[in-house]
Design a protein around this ligand. Structure first.
Ligand code: PLP
Ligand code: COI
Length: 341
């Protein structure tokens, strides 16, 4: 297989159309067998459930080329399970977990020429998603759905790659108690657009959302969970029922404890204690681990001792170990890598 002629080292996090995508339709209470197609466009009725009432959920994953030339994905079973949770919360039918993984494998295989080479710094982003497609005018779930998977090669989510970013405490809320913050629903991202545009206009890279009930606890950003490192090298991450249960964060906490022998804590993290941490990072499939150098709370700056030039030492170790596992040069825990070819 000949790789596409793409400037892998310099691509950003944006959409590039690839050759094939997977489509399966749900009608009369069942999913059809699913196919790969060349057609990147979707035709639907003007009154489709997704267009009127935002009935859509999605996942984000990546395919990597390992040092020895295999193509792998990272813990796709967890994305499949999370999509089940997302679908149930939006009253959508479940796409079976084994079929989800199979659809991802088929789509990546069919686009293998777009999987960036080992060491290029780029990866193939995979976007499984599902939406209500038949006309719905009264507020109710659709009866027909489409599940799709497309892929697109991507570089770093934040410009500057591993350079520390500056974030601001948002005046907007991302998720309500007992709402949909814990699932990957398109609606959570639609309502974050004004907040991110505002943050960018004010010169910040991202938002730090606080819990909307008390505005005293750290939640997450628009597209990543937080990890913090204490001055005595403990890795701390916020516990909350209104944040997305990040697969990257769960993996980092495992790596911190079992590979690096660090103490880990998943607990309430009060905004008041952020100033006492030594390091801060954003973690997610797109973000990988992006270091945060500064948090600005309405003009008050919190500058982490790790500074604005490079990742803090513990964040760097976590990053190296996690990406080493994903790229196949550090042995992965049983079941973490799914070899595609
Ligand atoms: N939080 C939000 C709101 C996200 O959109 C994402 C991205 O998927 C994450 C956290 C990170 O989750 P994961 O590590 O599973 O990609
Ligand atoms: C991901 O990390 O996969 C996401 O879906 C987050 C999004 C901001 C790109």
């Amino acid at each position: 297989m000949v790789k596409k002629n793409i400037d892998w080292e310099n691509i950003g996090f944006s959409y590039m159309q690839t050759d094939k995508r997977y489509v399966s339709n749900y009608k009369d209470g069942k999913w059809d067998e699913g196919v790969l197609t060349d057609d990147a466009n979707i035709t639907m009725n003007e009154c489709a459930g997704v267009l009127q009432y935002a009935q859509t959920v999605f996942e984000g994953m990546k395919a990597y080329t390992t040092e020895d030339g295999r193509i792998v994905t990272f813990r796709p079973d967890l994305n499949a399970a999370r999509m089940v949770d997302s679908a149930k919360r939006l009253e959508m039918p479940v796409f079976p977990e084994d079929r989800f993984v199979d659809a991802v494998v088929q789509t990546v295989k069919a686009n293998a020429a777009y999987v960036p080479p080992y060491g290029s710094g780029a990866t193939l982003y995979i976007r499984p998603y599902m939406f209500g497609i038949n006309p719905v005018i009264g507020v109710k779930p659709a009866d027909e759905y489409q599940f799709r998977v497309f892929t697109t090669p991507v570089g770093p989510y934040f410009k500057g790659g591993a350079k520390p970013i500056t974030i601001c405490v948002s005046d907007f809320d991302r998720a309500a108690p007992h709402g949909t913050g814990h699932i990957k629903a398109g609606l959570n991202y639609a309502m974050s657009l004004h907040a991110i545009v505002t943050a960018h206009a004010n010169g910040f890279d991202e938002n730090m959302y606080l819990d909307s009930a008390t505005r005293t606890k750290v939640e997450e950003t628009g597209g990543a969970n937080f990890i913090f490192v204490t001055k005595d090298n403990k890795v701390v991450t916020p516990h909350s029922n209104t944040i997305l249960p990040s697969i990257t964060r769960r993996s980092i906490m495992y790596v911190a404890e079992h590979y690096l022998g660090l103490e880990v804590e998943e607990r309430d993290v009060y905004f008041d204690e952020v100033k006492d941490f030594a390091e801060c990072g954003l973690c997610g499939t797109a973000a990988v681990i992006s270091p945060v150098g500064k948090v600005v709370d309405h003009g008050k700056e919190i500058c982490f001792p790790s500074g604005m030039e490079k990742m803090g030492p513990i964040t760097q170790k976590l990053y190296d170990t996690l990406t080493g596992i994903q790229m196949g040069h550090i042995e992965a825990p049983e079941g973490w890598l799914k070899v595609i070819e």
